[in-house]
Design a protein around this ligand. Structure first.
Ligand SMILES: C=C(OP(=O)(O)O)C(=O)O
Ligand SMILES: [Mg+2]
Length: 418
C-alpha cells in the first residue's frame, strides 16, 4: 500500500553538456522518487537507443500520459514487473520507440520511490542489509578523444584509482590532489595552457597520449609520496573511436600513429608493464572479442581489462565475452540497457564469472546520484564517476554520506585486483 504509484511526471531538463534529457518523478502513497537519464558521446553500437529520432522533444508531450496510464496503481516495489511493463510499452527490441533514456529514468525513479515509501536509502532497498562496502572512485584526470577538443590526446580518458585510501573521504580527496598536481605539470610543460577541461572534468591539454601518460604517471607517484596514499594510473582508450574499418587500423591522429590489432595489443600490454597500470578500459574496439581476449591473456593477471562499448551492459553480449575470455571487468551503465533490473542481471552474471563490475557515469550527466547507491547495493568495488564538477561530485559526495550512515563501512577489497 505504502508504495503504490499514484502519479508520474516526466520533464525535459538540462544535462552537463547543455543538451536536453529527461527527469522523472514518481509519487507513491507514502514516498517520492526522482531520477534523470545521462547520455554518452562515445556510445557503443549495441546500446539501446537513448531517444527516438527527434530527441527528448519527440516524446516529451506524450510519454507522461502513456507511462502514467500503465504504471499508476502498480506497486513500485515490483521492480521486475514495472520494467517488463516499460519494455512492453516501448515494444521494440532496443527501446527505440520511447527511448532507453526514458525507460531508465522511470525505472530508477520507481526504485527510489519504493525505497522512500519505506523510509529506506536506495542502497539498502536494493542491496539489503549485507552490503557495507564502499567502492573506490576511478577519477578522470585528463580528457581526450570524443570528450575533448581538437588538440587533446587521442586516448579518451586518463584516470586514477587511490588504491591505498582507507576511507571514501580520503579516496575522493586523493583523487582531487592528483587532479591539481596534473594541472601544475601540464602548465609547466605548456605555458599557454588555459586550464580548459573536457566533458568529464579532466583537463583537456594540447598533448599527445604518450605525453599525457607521462604526466599522469608522474602525478600519481608524486601524490602517493606526498600523502602516503598509493594512487595507480588507469585508462579508458575508447578504442572503437580510434578504429578505422577501411584500413583495419587504430588511428592516433594527434600523434600521427597507426596500429594494427596485433600492434595495438602489444602497445597496450607494454604501457601496462612499463607504468604499472591498474585498469584499462576498451583497449580494443567493440566486436573484436578475439583481440580483447588476446590482451586479457597477456595482461589480465596484472591489470583489469574492462569492456564498455564491447559489452554495453548487456548480459547476452557479456556471455559471449565470457565464452571468448574477453576482459576481466565490465562497465555498468544503466542507460546502455534501459532498466534497473536488466542492469542487475548483467552485474550478477559478471560477478558469477569473476568479472569486476564497474558502475559508471556517462560523459553527459546530471546531478542525479542513483549510481552511487547502485554501486554500493551491487557491491561494485569500483565506481567511475569523475573527480570534479557538480554532476560528478553529486555521486562522490553521496558516497561520503552513505559511508557516514553505515555502522561499519569498509572500503571494497580492491587489493585483490592488483
Ligand atoms: C563514460 C564514457 O563515455 P560516454 O558516456 O561518452 O560513453 C565512457 O566511454 O566510458
Ligand atoms: Mg568507456
Amino acid at each position: 500500500m505504502d508504495s503504490v504509484i499514484e502519479d508520474i511526471r516526466v520533464r525535459k531538463i538540462l544535462d552537463s553538456r547543455g543538451n536536453p534529457t529527461v527527469e522523472v518523478d514518481v509519487i507513491t502513497w507514502n514516498g517520492f522518487g526522482r531520477a534523470a537519464a545521462p547520455s554518452g558521446a562515445s556510445t557503443g553500437a549495441r546500446e539501446v537507443v537513448a531517444f527516438p529520432e527527434g530527441g527528448v522533444d519527440k516524446i516529451i508531450s506524450e510519454v507522461e500520459d502513456i507511462i502514467s496510464s500503465e504504471l499508476i496503481g502498480m506497486d513500485a516495489e515490483d521492480l521486475n514487473e514495472i520494467d517488463l511493463v516499460l519494455k512492453e510499452i516501448d515494444g521494440t527490441e532496443n527501446l527505440a520507440a520511447i527511448g532507453g533514456n526514458t525507460t531508465v529514468a522511470v525505472s530508477m525513479a520507481v526504485a527510489k520511490a519504493a525505497a522512500s515509501s519505506y523510509n529506506m536509502p536506495l542502497y539498502r532497498f536494493l542491496g539489503g542489509n549485507i552490503p557495507c562496502e564502499i567502492p573506490y572512485p576511478l577519477g578522470n584526470m585528463i580528457n581526450g578523444g570524443a570528450h575533448a577538443g581538437k588538440n587533446a590526446p587521442d586516448i579518451q580518458e586518463f584516470l586514477v584509482v587511490p588504491v591505498g585510501a582507507e576511507t571514501i573521504t580520503e579516496a575522493v580527496f586523493t583523487n582531487v590532489n592528483v587532479h591539481k598536481k596534473i594541472r601544475e605539470l601540464i602548465q609547466a610543460k605548456d605555458k599557454s595552457f588555459t586550464g580548459g577541461k573536457g566533458d568529464e572534468g579532466g583537463w583537456a591539454p594540447n598533448l599527445t597520449s604518450e605525453e599525457a601518460i607521462e604526466i599522469q604517471v608522474k602525478a600519481c607517484e608524486m601524490v602517493s609520496d606526498e600523502t602516503g596514499v598509493l594512487v595507480k594510473p588507469s585508462l579508458d582508450m575508447a578504442a572503437s573511436e580510434l578504429w578505422d574499418p577501411a584500413s583495419e587500423e587504430y588511428v592516433y591522429n594527434r600523434e600521427g600513429a597507426r596500429r594494427s590489432t596485433g600492434e595495438q595489443v602489444d602497445f597496450v600490454a607494454d604501457i601496462i608493464d612499463t607504468y604499472g597500470y591498474f585498469y584499462v578500459e576498451d583497449p580494443i574496439r567493440e566486436g573484436d572479442f578475439a583481440g580483447f581476449a588476446e590482451l586479457t591473456k597477456k595482461s589480465g593477471k596484472k591489470c583489469l581489462i574492462c569492456g564498455d562499448d564491447i559489452f554495453v551492459t548487456n548480459k547476452d553480449i557479456l556471455a559471449e565475452g565470457i565464452e571468448a575470455g574477453a576482459g576481466n571487468a565490465i562497465i555498468i551503465k544503466p542507460n546502455q540497457i534501459g532498466t534497473l533490473t536488466d542492469t542487475y542481471k548483467t552485474v550478477e552474471l559478471a560477478k558469477n564469472n569473476k568479472y569486476v563490475p564497474v558502475v559508471s557515469h556517462r560523459s553527459g550527466e546530471t546531478t542525479d546520484d542513483t549510481i552511487a547507491h547502485m554501486a554500493v547495493a551491487f557491491s561494485s568495488p569500483i565506481i567511475k564517476t569523475g573527480a570534479v564538477g557538480g554532476e560528478r561530485i553529486a555521486k562522490l559526495n553521496e558516497l561520503v554520506r552513505i559511508a557516514e550512515e553505515m555502522t561499519n563501512p569498509k572500503m571494497a577489497d580492491i587489493n585483490k585486483y592488483r
